[in-house]
Unconditional design. Structure first.
Length: 531
């Protein structure tokens, strides 16, 4: 009897397409179709993991296809994380159930244990913390707890050798260990960092020092104490990095780094200057309804180019610098990697936004991703300091630049009513809507009436309570539009006036843009099947 073959699912098809692109040396073909699939099929994380485990060596025989499934898994998890950030409990539960399932399957011997660090890396890329179940399973299949706390000499040597095989690239070595250790207990990452710091090799110590930006405060403080013991052996570059990272840590964690810096200087170590770097172009996306904004930087690298990226979202969410690539590859990556309206911005604008989001991260007692330091070194001299933007003061500055005729009562009222029809704002506004459990409940409770009445209900209730947040989004967007080159002909002034109207407490029903946001909220929640 012929063996029945499983019918390929959408997950299989997307994984195969991505695998084919990777096999040809092309970037993954992310698309609107893939995003819609991820949005509508969150439960496919189990299928994507199963596909990766089935094909990944040594259990499987097709690493390219396994990587295709892992790319799909990462995108699915990232979409789920977006929803958890908005407060959706069902998304958080699905992520927890997935991690528990992976741990259970490894424990039962159904899946090769090598998948544990791989899944940890995918979770790290999706900025999802490892669950207690996954963390508990990891040491059993890597190193036991005693070994993690006191790594043997061969492990020390192995980690030091790994740092050197990374071409003395501290960021590559540390980044690899951060991904591998994402699903491990904090003391495992501390042990990894300690082995690097105490190895006696400069390349390894440089990688260990970067764990000062680990996501766990206990790891960061332990690494600082280890560095204190070897402060006199630090290099000038290590010292420069320590000074930069010191200002990127929560205030209560700076004193221990200050002690290391003081010891290094007392030992006669001079701080290395920032290496020469440059930026050929900086592209910035608009600010979406979640307040996220992405920056893509292109720098010269000999005959090639190097792309770097920074993602901000109520803090610094992600940062990285890629390897040198031909210009054509960089341009292809830019075309696929930046969603929505994008425009070139100045270095001063980038510095201002990075400083603002550094301050927000510190207020949340978080550190930026270690890739931020790599970006800083790539572009040269980016001594970024946390400095929160005062949006009320910034708005006042913008309003002072708005032509007087637009600020007159008659013209202002007309502009507010038609603000949803302004050509420079209409496209951007497509990403402006509310999407969280409270908004969902608001819409659900009032279903049955007309869309106009429902929009009024949203405006006078939920959205009215969030007018300050929307005013800040509009101010940030106006600043971004003002950065556009003259040939773009972007008119930021109307958006500044809308922001001022929100701050002044104007009736949201009289502001066309706010009504468009309410209608967009109803459409998005309905399309996603959440109401």
């Amino acid at each position: 009897m012929a063996r029945t073959q499983r019918k390929p699912s959408s997950t299989d098809q997307h994984a195969s397409q991505i695998a084919a692109a990777l096999a040809k040396g092309r970037p993954p073909p992310f698309s609107v179709e893939l995003d819609l699939y991820c949005e509508s099929s969150p439960g496919e994380i189990f299928t994507a993991f199963a596909g990766a485990a089935r094909h990944m060596p040594p259990a499987g025989r097709d690493e390219s296809l396994a990587l295709g499934y892992l790319f799909v898994l990462q995108r699915l998890l990232e979409h789920l994380r977006y929803r958890t950030d908005s407060g959706y409990a069902d998304a958080a539960k699905l992520i927890a159930d997935f991690q528990a399932d992976v741990a259970a399957r490894v424990e039962a011997g159904e899946v090769d244990a090598t998948m544990l660090p791989i899944v940890g890396g995918v979770l790290h890329q999706s900025r999802i913390p490892a669950s207690p179940e996954l963390t508990a399973a990891s040491p059993k299949h890597s190193l036991d707890n005693e070994a993690l706390q006191a790594l043997p000499a061969d492990i020390h040597a192995g980690l030091a050798h790994m740092a050197e095989t990374c071409g003395d690239d501290a960021f590559l070595a540390a980044g690899t260990l951060v991904e591998v250790g994402h699903a491990m207990p904090a003391h495992a990452r501390t042990a990894f960092a300690g082995a690097l710091v105490e190895s006696g090799r400069a390349a390894a110590r440089a990688a260990g020092a970067l764990f000062l930006l680990d996501g766990d405060a206990a790891v960061r403080c332990s690494v600082a104490e280890m560095l204190d013991q070897v402060a006199s052996s630090l290099t000038p570059t290590d010292l420069r990095r320590l000074i930069a990272m010191r200002n990127w840590r929560p205030h209560n964690e700076r004193a221990v780094v200050d002690a290391v810096i003081h010891k290094a200087r007392a030992a006669g170590i001079a701080c290395a200057p920032w290496e020469k770097g440059s930026i050929e172009s900086i592209l910035a996306t608009m600010i979406d309804g979640t307040t996220a904004q992405a920056f893509m930087l292109v720098s010269p690298a000999g005959r090639k180019k190097r792309a770097s990226a920074i993602l901000t979202k109520v803090g610094l969410a992600e940062a990285w610098s890629g390897d040198p690539e031909p210009r054509s590859r960089i341009e292809a990556s830019l075309a696929m990697g930046l969603e929505g309206p994008v425009e070139p911005v100045s270095r001063s604008y980038l510095d201002q936004m990075v400083g603002h989001h550094l301050a927000l991260s510190i207020e949340q007692e978080q550190t930026p991703p270690l890739g931020l330091l790599q970006v800083a070194e790539t572009i040269g001299g980016a001594d970024w300091q946390p400095a929160r933007i005062d949006f009320h003061r910034t708005l006042a500055t913008l309003i002072a630049e708005v032509p007087k005729r637009m600020r007159e009562p008659g013209g202002r009222a007309s502009l507010l009513r038609t603000s949803n029809k302004l050509p420079d704002i209409a496209t951007i506004a497509q990403s402006w809507f509310e999407d969280d459990p409270e908004a969902m409940e608001f819409v659900r409770r009032s279903r049955g009436g007309s869309r106009k009445k429902l929009a009024d209900y949203l405006l006078q209730g939920l959205i009215s309570r969030r007018r300050e947040r929307w005013a800040e989004i509009f101010v940030r967007t106006a600043l971004w539009m003002r950065e556009a080159p003259p040939e773009y002909h972007l008119n930021w002034a109307p958006l500044a006036l809308v922001a001022q109207a929100l701050v002044d407490g104007c009736d949201l029903g009289d502001i066309g843009l706010m009504r468009e946001i309410a209608l967009g909220t109803i459409a998005v929640l309905g399309r996603a099947g959440r109401v």
